[in-house]
Structure formats: C-alpha cells, structure tokens
Write a protein that binds this ligand. Sequence first.
Ligand SMILES: [Zn+2]
Ligand SMILES: [Zn+2]
Length: 847
Amino acid sequence: MAEQTTTGAGGAGAGGYDPQKVEAKWQKRWAEARDFEAEADPSKPKYYVLEMLPYPSGTLHMGHMRNYTIGDVVARVKRMRGCNVLHPMGWDAFGLPAENAAIKNKTHPRTWTNNNIAEFQRVLRRFGFSYDWRREISTCEPEYYRWNQWFFLRMLERGLAYRKKSRVNWCPKCCTVLANEQVINGGFCWRHEDTRVESREIEQWFLKTTAYADQLLDDLKQLEGGWPERVILMQQNWIGKSQGAKVKFAVAGAAGAGPIEIFTTRIDTIYGATAIILAPAHPLVSKLLEGSPTRAEAEPKLAKMRQTSVRTEDLATMEKEGFFTGRYAINPFNEEKIPIWVGNFVLMEYGTGAIMAVPAHDQRDLEFCRKYKLPVRVVIQPFEGQPLDAETMTAPFDEHTQGKLLNSGSFNGLSPVEAMAKMAAFAEQKGFGKAETIYRLRDWGISRQRYWGTPIPVIYCPKDGMVPVPDKDLPVLLPPNPKLTGEGESPLAGASEFVNTTCQKCGGPARRETDTMDTFVDSSWYFYRYCDPRNDKAPYDSAKVAYWFPIDQYIGGITHAILHLLYSRFWCKVMRDLGMVKHDEPIARLFTQGMVQKGGVAMSKSRGNVVGAEEMAQKYGADTGRLYTLFAAPPEKDLEWSEESIEGSWRFLNRVYRLIERHAAAIGGVKDAKVDAAATSLKEKTLLRKVHQTLRRVTSDFETRWHFNSAIALVMELTNDIYAQEPLEQGVRPMVRKEVLELLTLMLAPMTPHLAEELWEMMGHTEGLWKAGWPSCNQELAREDEVEIPVQVNGRVRGKLKVPVGAAETDVVRQALALPAIALHVNGKHVVKQIYVPNKMLNLVVA
Ligand SMILES: [Zn+2]
Ligand SMILES: [Zn+2]
C-alpha cells in the first residue's frame, strides 16, 4: 500500500488509518444498531431512494460500485437531514444467462443464481451501503413470482392479457422470442450481436400496453423536471403517436384481393400518390401474386425480405428495396390506377402495413420512386420560390404550412391543413376512409420458451379451452428438475409432472401453459414489493405503498431508458386502475449515471478491463473506492479509471485521519461549548469562515446539484487550509478546533461513512454520527470581512468601495466602474492601466 511511503505516521496497522479494521467495525455496529432499517411513519418526511436492481451475474466491478455509491450518498445525506429513508436492495434473479450457465456447467439455474447473489451481497456489504437488508427480494423465489402470476390473472380478467397467433422475432441462439425492443442493430439479437433474428409465427401471450398509450404519453408531462429530457423524448418516440387517416384502395382485376387499407399522416397529398407499397408481411401480398405476371420474379425477393426483420430506428438510413406485384390499385379520390409494390421499409407492425407513395412530398417515397423509376407528381405548390418541377426535384417538399394544393381536383387551392380535415371527412362520407390516430407502441409480448422465469398461470382443457389457474392455487411452481438443453420448445413442456394437470372446471385431464414470462415483468413492479416484502396475502399493503411512493430518486443506466421504465409506468397505471395505488407515475425523479471506463471503453469482462470492487476494497478500503468514484467525475459523466487518482484519494483520507488523530484528545475534553464569534482571534476567524463557507457550498452540492466531485474538492481544499494553520495549538482554542474538525468529519460522512464514524468516535462521541444530523451553516461566521478602499481615477480619489477581504482584482474593478461617481470620470475614455493594492486601494488610469 502507498501509505508506508507517504506518511510519517507509520501507515496502516501502526496506530494509523487501517480501513480494513475500521470498516469491519462500523459495518458490524450499524447492523447491530439497525441504523438503516426504516418503517412507514407518517409523522416523518419520507424519502425513497433506489438503485436499479442488479442482475446477479459475473463480478461486481467499480462501474457497478459507482451507481450504488451515488445512491448511498443520497440516502445518507437525506437520513442526516432528518428524513425517514427507504433504501432497499434486491435481485433480478430470473433470466436466460442463468439457464445458459446451468446448461454449460451442468448445474441448476437456482444454484448458479443463488451463488451469484451470495457473492453480490457480500461485496455490497463490504462497501457499507446503507441498505435495509430485511427488505431484500429475489425475483426467482416463489414468494415473489406468485404475485407476477396474480397480476397476470387480474390483467386476464380485464382483457389486458390475451393470447394470439403472431409473427415474432425469434433468436435461433436464445431459442426464444424477443420483444421488438430486444432486436438491435437492424435485426440482431440484443444478447447475440452476431445472430440475425428470424421471423416466426406462433401463439403468444401479450399484455395490452397499447390500452394505455395515451396515458403513457400524456403523463410524461408529470415527469418534466424530474426525469432527464432525453429519456422523456425516448419514451415519446417509442410510443410514437401519429395523427392521420386510413383510406381504402380497391384492387383492380385480382379476384378476391383487396381492398388495401393504407395509413397516411398526409391525406392532403393523396392526389400525388403514384404507387401503393405493402409490407413484406402484409397478408394480401401472396393473394396479389397468385396468377400475377411478375410472380416468378417476385417470390424469391419476397422470401428474402420476410426473413429479415427491420427496426424502425433504421428505416431512415437503410437501403430501400422493393418489387412490383404486377397488380394495380384504384385511388378512390380520382379513380387513378396506380401500381402495387412491396417494400422492405414498410412495416406490418406500424399503421396498416400499407402506405401510399407520394414522392413529391416525402423523402422516403422520393428515394424509392426515383430508384424504381416511378412517376412523381407535385400536388402542393410552395408559396415561395420557383414552382416545383416533378421531373428534376431531388428533395421533397414536405412542409404543410407553406403552400397550397394543386392537381387535386375539387380540393385545389386549399391549404394542406384545411385539406387534411376536408379530405378525411370526404373519405368518411363516401365510406372509404376516415381520420385516425395510430401509435408505434405495440402490445408487450411476454411469452418466453425458457425454463428460468415465472410460469404463466393458465391451463388448457380439451373441453373448456383456456382456463385460468384460481388464485388459491398460486404460485404455479416451476418443476424443480427440468431437462435443460437450450434447444427446441420450452423446457417446461418436457416436464410431465408439471404439464399434466386437472381441469378446475370439468375435473378432466388438462395441460399447463409451458411458456414463462419475460423477466421484464419481474422488474416492472419490484420496487413496490420492497415496501412490504414478506406479505403473503397480497403483492403489498396499499397503505405502506401510499406512504413511500412515488420513488423520490431512482438511479440507473440509460440503457433502461425505454423498456424497463415504460413497462414500470404501464404496470403502475394498471395497479392504479385495480385500486391498489393512487398515483399515476411510480418514479418522481430519475438519474442516469455515467459509465466507468478503463482505456477509453466501458468496463466489461469480455474486454478484460474490469477493476474488481472487492480487490479495490482489499487494497485501499471501501471508503477510498467510494470517494474516488465520486471525485473523479460528475456523476452523470463517464469516468476514466486512473490508478494514480485512486492513490490520491487514499492519501487524502490518510491526511484527514492524521489531522484529527492529532487533535482528538484536546477536542474530546471540550464540553458542549458554543463558539462565540465575538471572542475569536484572527486565526480562529479564518478557520471558522473557511469551514462554514465550505459547508454552505457542500450542502448545496448535495442538495440541488449532485456535484459530489466539487463537494469533495472543497473538502480537500478545506483540509489543506487547516494544515496551513498548524500548529493549531497556537492560537486556536480546543472549542474552535472541535467545531472545525467535526464539521469536516460530518461533511465527509455520506461519502466515506466508515472513516467518518471512526473519527467521530475518536473525538469523544459515544453516540453514532448519524444521530448528529446534517450541520447547518453559520452565516455570520461564513461571512467575509469587508474593507473600504478608496478608488482613484488618474490619481485622484473619486469614490469609496466596500469589498470582501482578499477580493479579486477583476471583481473590484467591475464594482468600481459601476459606481456613478467613478463612471462619471471614466465616461467616454478608456481604462489604459489599473493599479490595485489588495485591501488598500484601486487607481484607474484613463485616457
Ligand atoms: Zn439471442
Ligand atoms: Zn375442463
């Protein structure tokens, strides 16, 4: 350790700062005193701070620790400020990696998971995070997942859970269905970035998130100011509300095919439609191709497109491909025959899976029509500039406020906005269309063909069809010893003791559902369970939740900005409608922390650049590790790991330790004396001013800005200033030393809690530091002394100015120039020179 070379005090073990000993001692004391256990108590202000629950896999590294440290600082500051703080921890314990690890290592997913949990818990305890461990939950335990099943049944009763055959994203490596959100980089698995996701059709369970689309969108307003703007924006885009119209186009000459219903946000441009384009998955495509002259050419192209799944994020940039079906549609507005195409950039999941191509007024359509030499027709002429030329235009005119309609029959001359309303009304009157609002948001497909998740609580009876499992039979337990191969259908299907059951209705033989739930179900409501973790009658007691909710501060990675948060918000609204909670939104404030990097990239096992948390704690102690992650960068920014800087943090804590150790005995003898400002010496005044000024700024850094790094820099500066006044015995009375060093200790307490407790005890306190509370700044002691200085212009005194002792020259000059008496003499001239004698005088030379 570095200490031996940097201190004369003998370093760890020889009476100096020994973090291993100190940290173990205080962790034991806190646990014995149950300092971090909280109960709902309406007489006290509450504060619920939470870090996203971890998936227990791999090794905890300093990147993880940063997240938990931020949460712990907030929890400790709030406790010191008198709040009743709920700060729990638990485990997102179901999921695919456990199952895969179990297959690989021939163990049970539960064994693998519980070993990891034990390991995670040990390391988190080693860092002294102030969790109420009594509230720990693990989502793979039946006492937790039975409530997933219970919620599922409530949703089933209300039509919010339903089953349908649908085309799904299938990862051949995971052997399971992926949510759209889990398909990344234009069609790859989020877990297997080298594996292309396939499209398959199977029976799936869905939760009806779309039933709440408008609320999920509108309630984002409640989160403004509390959530990062970009997260709100990501949620908005994900929900993707579009107002427009649906219009039906008849199909010319193909018996039994059509009509084709398209969705457009710009019905005002419908006279400019020069093609209809269908999604590859559109059910009419095959019918249109039957007997079509282009069928032989088209079918291989169709097959290729259907194998490739496309994400909406990639639509703007992807290469647009298409083919002609050999068929034509009739535009109901002008009876025009236009060709029907299939295009890879049209998604079945959005709108109706069919669009009209209006190349003159839409970028994507223009690209497509130019590529395949389809005609372009201008139907909106801009007010300004040259008339658009359909033959030569290279950019669409997609404004809807800056032009008027032409080539549009009886609608000519209208503004696009007027035309949208009139044309939608016309379509409705004629029965071939109407105005509609659509969403990008899809229902949440929760079926997974895997073992390690919550069994879906329904059975299938040959007579009665699908029958829900009654509440009294919950939980539906996972079979204990499944055959796990990672291939084919759900492992539950192979467990006959699980699958074969009896129908509740007719008493005959029935089969259980063998899919399990997406693990995002587990994390959608877990933070409610913390309020009442051992309840075996209900998911939680609503009164307890009413006290603790909403979460005052949620902390986690930006990677969860869409999925986890959207599902949690959905779940909250469902629970509200079940009468279980009264609030609309579960999370009042959200903070997304930066990553810890090493060598310019995020720490990860696969890159081999991980700094293990436990290793750090053994080498320097948890407090040094905590301090460093807070000091090295503002919490929202990425942090580049530096061994040198962690050494710096270690040396700083040693400096504080030695300083207080030196004065502890003298301070311990002081009995409750209040510092009397009037009787202080200059040396005392300087110290007291500095410590109270520091306290004022640190308090605001904790409270409003979360600038933990600048708070630590201030405390370091304070420590240097105290050292500069050594020996304190000369001219600083013990009561002043006590005030200064206690405040220093209290300011460090949220960040380096073990060391702070130790120092607090060394200074003679027998009660734990938490009982002391957060100190308040003495504004009188913090105030700068002022001096009055003469201000001269060209050597003659023209005014007087009061400035703080030691004020900076630029501040003094600025204030001087603002004095009317000085301005009068400077007016119209330039200051060519300024002479400033600190605390004495200022002379401005003007010409
Ligand atoms: Zn995969
Ligand atoms: Zn039956």
